[in-house]
Design a protein around this ligand. Sequence first.
Ligand SMILES: [Zn+2]
Length: 420
Amino acid sequence: MSDRLAPLHSYLQSLDTLQSQMLQHTIELAEINSGSLNAAGVNQVMERLRAMTADLGGEQEVIDLKPHEVINDLGEVNQHELGKALRIRKRPEAPLQVFLCGHMDTVFPKDSAFQKVVHLDEDTINGPGVTDLKGGIVVMLNALKVLEASPWAESIGWEILFNPDEEIGSPGSAALIKDAASRVHLGMIYEPSFPNGDLAGQRKGSGNFTAVCYGKAAHAGREHHLGRNAVRALCDFVSAMDDLNGKREGVTFNPGYIHGGGPTNIVPDKCINRFNIRLEKPEDEAWCLQELQMIVNEISSRNGIRLELHGHFGRKPKVLSPANQQLFELAKECGHALGLNIDVKPTGGCCDGNNLASAGIPNIDTLGVQGGHIHSEQEYMKISSLVPRAKLSAALLLTLAKDESEGNGNDWLKNPEAKQ
Ligand SMILES: [Zn+2]
């Protein structure tokens, strides 16, 4: 262990005996169904977390979120109730403030067949959300316990956000993340790491959109000439949109869902398409919107056809600031001291770390457990990653707290502009 981290060793050691308890908590949380639109299930996880965090102290707040709006297959706006968010703050007056975040929801709906956790072998469990990210929540809480038991705890304050809607793009909790960004200096988010333990660095931004095309219904035999075919018009829209792929580096368009029409003896008057855009640079957004608008204008200028575009870019690209780079260096140093060889890799996936970075807060968003096949029924978690990942987070927290208590900097976090 490096000189700088050697004094932390005895505190980190307290985690060595906790693997089976951490595993038990992970399984318990994973077996509560918390699909993003299963508000009751998400709230049950939230209540369990209120109990599990009681001994950490801090002030708990249960926060209602506005309903989530979805355009249904008929092109109508539907409202879906979301679970509540849980925010816990401790020592808000401390000179260095850390934001910790983990989502309570999963991609597995209430009626999914995937509800139970099973052991695949001695070191592997398979279950809904074990890796993404119930295991990460357990890692976070155990790391905080180590901080609280250390002599340096008073030097830093923390704020946890357990949000209920990350898997659908954090439509309700994005505002809470932005709000936290005004109070904190860095973020620690508990999405799973890469299967080998590497961390995600730069991330693409993402937007979800729905195109709703309206035409005019008519009898396909008797009055075909009076109809205006919405399926055809929407297909032209999808083709033109898909043709934008390859026109700008790092930007991709994915038409993912199409629905429309009905009986084949009727000229269809409605058709919808959902699509996703990924991009690398903040300025790509304007380019995408401009290109899409040109296509929408062309389609809508056709006689009897109207095309409406709904949606927005919910996740800005995560571009690494110098302070964020330095935070990764610190994580690597902590990992090295623990015998973990940690690398940082870019990814096209996005998460709440995008939102935090776009608000100017350096963060590491893959501090959770090691596992894989997330968002599928093959999702697995490596049991032996629980303790080392908790140690990694605890080492980060202890280093920051100790440096703060000794007046050794952290200026790179508190005043990142001065560093650049
Ligand atoms: Zn996740």
